[in-house]
Each structure stands twice: as structure tokens, then as C-alpha cells.
Design a protein around this ligand. Structure first.
Ligand SMILES: [Zn+2]
Length: 108
């Protein structure tokens, strides 16, 4: 997978067998110090995508200076973002969004 660019940092994405820390088994993890996002190899493709967004949200919050991350909110947002982008592919690029917006009528 190509690195995920968040702000000025490109995070390498690694798929890892038996991903865990002191607290137990993990689905994903972000290491800001060396710009790596790790995803558990055991996840389904859908869970990989949601978990990747979860870690991207950690990156966004950290870069915004928010270091007290609410895991429940990040988890909820990761599912919501994947759902909205899946249901609305026109939101994936500016060009796609522009193509969906009716042209403004002149003279009104
Ligand atoms: Zn998290």
C-alpha cells in the first residue's frame, strides 16, 4: 500500500501478524515517531479500511495539537467516514464532487 499522507507526514502502512502491545491484541496502531501505521493481518478488508481511518484520525488529531484522544469518538468517526465515502463516491475527489453539482443558472 502507498504511504498515507496526512498533513506533511507520509505514514508507511504495514500489515502485521499478531499485532499487540502491553494491553493485548490490537487491530491497528500508529507510531508517530517513525510515521508508521500498522494493521493486523487478521482483519477483513472492510475492517482494514475502518481501522486505517481510525489511525488516520489519530494522526489528524495529533497534528492539530489534540493529544487526549477519545477512542470511542475516533472509532465512531472511522465507521462513519467509511460509510459516507462508500455511499457517496462523489465525495472522493473535488472533480467528482463538481461533476455532481448542477451548474448554476446564469441570470438568476
Ligand atoms: Zn485508537
Amino acid at each position: 500500500m502507498k504511504p498515507i499522507r496526512v498533513g506533511p507526514i507520509a505514514y508507511d502502512v504495514e500489515i502485521v501478524d499478531n499485532l499487540q502491545d502491553d494491553g493485548g491484541i490490537l487491530d491497528g496502531r500508529i507510531r508517530h515517531s517513525d510515521a508508521v501505521i500498522q494493521l493486523a493481518a487478521s482483519l477483513s478488508p472492510q475492517a482494514h479500511l475502518v481501522t486505517l481511518w481510525h489511525e488516520v484520525l489519530h494522526a489528524l488529531f495529533t497534528q492539530a495539537g489534540i493529544h487526549d484522544h477519545d477512542e470511542k469518538r475516533i472509532t465512531a468517526l472511522s465507521y462513519d467516514i467509511v460509510q459516507v465515502l462508500t455511499d457517496n463516491p462523489q465525495l472522493r475527489s473535488y472533480e467528482d464532487a463538481q461533476a455532481e453539482i448542477p451548474k448554476r443558472r446564469r441570470g438568476r
